[in-house]
Design a binder for this molecule. Structure first.
Ligand SMILES: Cc1cc2nc3c(=O)[nH]c(=O)nc-3n(C[C@H](O)[C@H](O)[C@H](O)COP(=O)(O)OP(=O)(O)OC[C@H]3O[C@@H](n4cnc5c(N)ncnc54)[C@H](O)[C@@H]3O)c2cc1C
Length: 417
C-alpha cells in the first residue's frame, strides 16, 4: 500500500529553511514553504558568502568579557550596542560570557565541527542538482594580520581549530602578497584556511535552491506565519495571516524571528539579532581570488559576481530599529585598510541583515520535546550560509528516515532550560 507523502510546512524561506525544504521534498515529502518575503531575501541574500567548515571556535572564547568590553569602548569598532537597546541586551550578553567557560567552549567546538565539517560537500551536492555548481568555489579563505604579534593574540581560536583538524597554512609576507597581490603592505602575515570555500552570489544561491524545491513539487506560500497550531500535543499546521495550512510536521526556520512564534508554546529562547552590514563595489580597481579577512577589522572582502562585497559589523539594536548608516560607512575604512588603492565609486547603498544568534554560537536543530512533530532549524548566527546545507540534510534524515546522521542533542532547545 502506498502511503501519502507527509505534509510538511517550513516556516521561513531563508537559506536554512530552503535547504530543509529541498532535503525534505527530495525524500518524498509534500513541502510548503511559508514566508511573506521572496526566497532568500532576508539575511541570506546579503552575507559575505563564506563557506567556513573550519569555523569551529565559538564567538564566546575565554576572556570574552574583557575583549568585548574593549571593542565596545571603540565607538567605531566592529561591535556596538545601540544605547537605547543596552538594557535589553544584558541577559543575552550575560549568557554569552558564561558560554566562554573553557570546558563549554570545547564541547561547543566539537558540536560545531560535527555540523559544519561536511558543509562544502553538502552545498556542492545541492548546487549540482539544482544546476548551479558554479556557486561554490573552493579556493580557501585568507585571514591577514599586520604582524606575528597580532596573530598571536588569536592563538586560542586558531589552536582550537587546529586541534579539531582544520588545516591552516601560515604565509609570510612574500607568500601572502604572491597569493593576493592587491593586499596592501601593512598586512604582512597570512593564514590560509585551505578547506574552505565561498559562494559568489548568496541571493542567486538561495533562489536556485528555491527553484529546485519548486521543480521537485514543493509549494511556496507568500504569507506570514502567525501561529504554530497544535492538537493533542502534536503539531497540526501553521496559521498564516491569510489562512491556515494543515501539516503532519512543521519546521521552524524563521531566522532571527523564530523566538516570537515559540512563546505561545511556552519556549523562551535567548535568540538575539546581531545586525550586520555590507556594501558592494562594482569595480574596486583590483581583483582577489578568494575571501580576504583583515583580522583586526573583522570584515570579509569577498569577490562576488558583479564586484567586491565588504561585509561585517555586529550591532545589537533589536529587530525593529532602522539601519544605522554609520555602521555601513565604516566598511569603507575597513576596505581601505587592507586594500589602500580601492576605488569606491558606484558603491551600492548599505545593506543590513539580522543574524539569528544564540549566546553559545550553536544553532537550535532537532525535534521539540513538548510538541510532537515540531522541528527547529534556526539560530545559525554568523555561519548560517555554511550551516544551512548540512542542517537540511540532518533534518531531512531525522524527520523522514527517523535517524539523523549525527547526534542532535548538542543543538537541542532544552539546553536553555
Ligand atoms: C553581514 C553578514 C555577513 C554574513 N556572512 C556570512 C558568511 O560569510 N558565511 C555564513 O555562513 N554566514 C554568514 N552570515 C550569516 C548568515 O547570513 C545567516 O546565518 C543566515 O542567512 C540565516 O539564514 P536563515 O534562513 O536562518 O535566516 P534568514 O535568511 O533571515 O531567513 C529567515 C526568513 O524567515 C522569514 N520569516 C520571519 N518571520 C516569519 C514568519 N512569521 N512567517 C514566515 N516567515 C517568516 C523571513 O522573512 C526570512 O525570509 C552573515 C550575516 C550577515 C548579516
Amino acid at each position: 500500500m502506498n502511503h501519502p507523502a507527509p505534509r510538511i510546512v517550513v516556516i521561513g524561506a531563508g537559506v536554512v529553511g530552503l535547504c530543509c525544504a529541498w532535503h525534505l521534498q527530495k525524500r518524498g515529502a509534500a513541502v510548503t514553504v511559508i514566508d511573506p518575503a521572496p526566497p532568500g531575501s532576508g539575511c541570506s541574500s546579503g552575507n559575505a558568502g563564506a563557506l567556513s567548515p573550519g569555523s569551529v571556535a565559538p564567538l564566546a572564547l575565554p576572556g570574552a568579557a574583557t575583549s568585548g568590553l574593549k571593542m565596545l569602548l571603540d565607538r567605531d569598532g566592529a561591535l556596538t550596542i545601540k544605547p537605547s537597546y543596552a538594557l535589553r541586551a544584558v541577559p543575552w550578553l550575560w549568557r554569552f560570557v558564561r558560554a566562554a567557560d573553557p570546558a563549554r567552549v570545547e564541547a561547543i567546538a566539537t558540536a560545531l565541527a560535527a555540523l559544519l565539517f561536511p558543509a562544502i560537500e553538502r552545498h556542492k551536492e545541492i548546487m549540482a542538482e539544482v544546476g548551479a555548481p558554479e556557486l561554490v568555489r573552493d579556493l580557501g579563505q585568507l585571514y591577514v594580520y599586520r604582524s606575528a604579534e597580532q596573530l598571536k593574540k588569536d592563538d586560542y581560536a586558531w589552536n582550537l581549530r587546529r586541534k579539531h583538524g582544520v588545516r591552516l597554512e601560515l604565509l609570510d609576507s612574500a607568500a601572502l602578497h604572491a597569493m593576493e597581490p592587491a593586499i596592501g603592505p601593512d598586512y604582512t602575515v597570512g593564514l590560509l584556511i585551505t578547506d574552505s570555500a565561498y559562494c559568489p552570489n548568496p541571493q542567486r544561491h538561495a533562489e536556485a535552491i528555491a527553484a529546485g524545491v519548486a521543480r521537485l513539487g514543493g509549494q511556496f506560500v507568500s504569507d506570514r506565519a502567525v501561529a504554530i497550531e497544535t492538537d493533542g500535543g502534536r503539531v497540526s499546521g501553521v496559521r498564516g495571516a491569510r489562512g491556515s495550512i494543515a501539516a503532519e510536521h512543521v519546521v521552524l526556520a524563521a531566522g532571527a524571528w523564530s523566538a516570537e512564534l515559540l512563546r505561545p508554546l511556552g519556549y523562551r529562547v535567548p535568540l538575539e539579532t546581531q545586525r550586520g552590514y555590507h556594501v558592494n563595489i562594482p569595480d574596486p580597481g583590483f581583483s582577489i581570488a578568494r575571501p580576504v579577512v583583515p583580522a583586526d577589522r573583522k570584515v570579509f572582502c569577498t569577490p562576488m559576481e558583479g564586484g567586491l562585497r565588504v561585509a561585517g559589523s555586529v550591532e545589537f539594536a533589536g529587530l525593529k530599529a532602522p539601519p544605522t548608516r554609520r555602521r555601513g560607512e565604516l566598511l569603507f575604512g575597513d576596505l581601505k585598510a587592507v586594500f589602500p588603492q580601492a576605488r569606491t565609486e558606484g558603491a551600492s547603498d548599505f545593506w543590513m541583515g539580522n543574524r539569528p544568534c544564540l549566546p553559545d554560537s550553536l544553532p537550535v536543530i532537532g525535534p521539540a520535546e513538548r510538541v510532537r512533530n515540531l522541528w527547529f532549524a534556526f539560530g545559525h548566527g554568523h555561519l548560517g550560509l555554511t550551516g544551512s546545507a548540512p542542517t537540511g540534510q540532518m533534518l531531512g534524515q531525522a524527520i523522514l528516515e527517523g535517524r539523523p546522521n549525527i547526534d542532535l542533542r548538542p543543538y537541542a532547545i532544552e539546553r536553555f532550560g
